[in-house]
Each structure stands twice: as structure tokens, then as C-alpha cells.
Design a protein around this ligand. Sequence first.
Ligand SMILES: C[S@@+](CC[C@H](N)C(=O)[O-])C[C@H]1O[C@@H](n2cnc3c(N)ncnc32)[C@H](O)[C@@H]1O
Length: 196
Amino acid sequence: MLGKIKYKAKQLLGLKTRESLLKILPKNAVCAELGVFRGDFSQHILRITKPKEAHFIDVWWVEFGENYPDWGAYTNYGKLKTRDAYNESKAKIDKYKANSIIHVGSDLDYLSSFKDHHFDWVYIDSSHYYDHTVKELAILNRKMKPGGIISGHDWYDEENHVHGGVKKAIVEFCTAEKWEVFYKDEFSQWAIKKTV
Ligand SMILES: C[S@@+](CC[C@H](N)C(=O)[O-])C[C@H]1O[C@@H](n2cnc3c(N)ncnc32)[C@H](O)[C@@H]1O
């Protein structure tokens, strides 16, 4: 509760919040969020970037069954139902009456089904595993429009961090495919674009 009040106060004072990243992403765009959970960030995506086509992809019960694993308070210690998280997301997303499509299943499968050069920008916040992030980036390399932006959450410099594989995958991808990091913030978010 206190966290929510602090967050609202920051917004009112015009201070930087996690969704400040969304202000640098193109508006009226074709975009996707990989990893939706309860739709908290999805609603900011819709409110701030006003996309013309938005895809919200999460595995929910397809991967985790009835309940999320115990990820501490985040999943109410394993008591959070995947369908409740989906229903919450759907309610938040539907409120915006935008051209939004919710996909239940692996992001790798859904991303592969889009034509090449489909997306203006994509926000990755899914498994945070190194191998999986490598695969997401490899597919997105083909699916992004020229000048497109790949962004996401959970860049941590510490190699032993539980999400340390995210940064490793991004750095390797940027080096191999000639992309560059042009945005990082104190909320462990990042954004990359292809160098010309
Ligand atoms: C950190 S939460 C996402 C939080 C959300 N982006 C937000 O900021 O409110 C991570 C989500 O990724 C989902 N996920 C994990 N593996 C996935 C995969 N292979 N494809 C799509 N979603 C995945 C999980 O089910 C979980 O809901």
C-alpha cells in the first residue's frame, strides 16, 4: 500500500518511474510485451504509447498449470492462480479498447508466427533465462522493422544474479548482430537498436 502511494506521488511530481521508458518508444506502433503476468505494465503500455496493434504474450497455465510457482510475495508464495493473473491482465487491457491481442503460450512460438519486419518495438520481460533470451533475440532480429527497438526488464550486471543471463544474452546479441544499447535506467530496464 505504502509502495503504491509512493509510486503515485512520484508520478504526480513528474519524477522518473519504471514506465518513463515507454516515453522513448514510438507511439501508434506495432508492439508486443513478452511476459504479461497480471497486466500491470501492459496498461501503462496502452496508456502511454497508444499502439495501433499490441500483442500481449504469456505462458500462464500452459507452462505453469493451475498456480504460479513460489516466487515469493510476487506470486503470493505459489498461491496465485495463473487464470486469475490472466483475467486481471485481460480486464486491464480491455479497459483501453485498443487493438490488443492476448496470446496464451510460449512467446517463441507466437513470435515465429509473425511475418518478418512486423514489430516497431518489443518489450521482453518473460523467463529471464539466458538460453530463452538468446532465442527471443534471435527471432526478434528477423521480426523487427528496420529501426525497430527491442527493450525489456531485468538487466543486472552481477554475473551471479538470478537474472544475470539477460544481460549476457543482450551483450552477445549486440556484438554478433551489430545492435547497440542506447538506454538503461535505474529500474533495470534497457533498450537496443541496430547500428547503421
Ligand atoms: C516478471 S513477469 C512479467 C511482468 C510484467 N511484464 C509486468 O511488468 O507487469 C514474467 C512473466 O513471464 C511469463 N513467461 C515465462 N516464460 C515465458 C515464455 N516462454 N513466453 C511467454 N511468457 C513467459 C511468466 O508466466 C510471467 O507471467
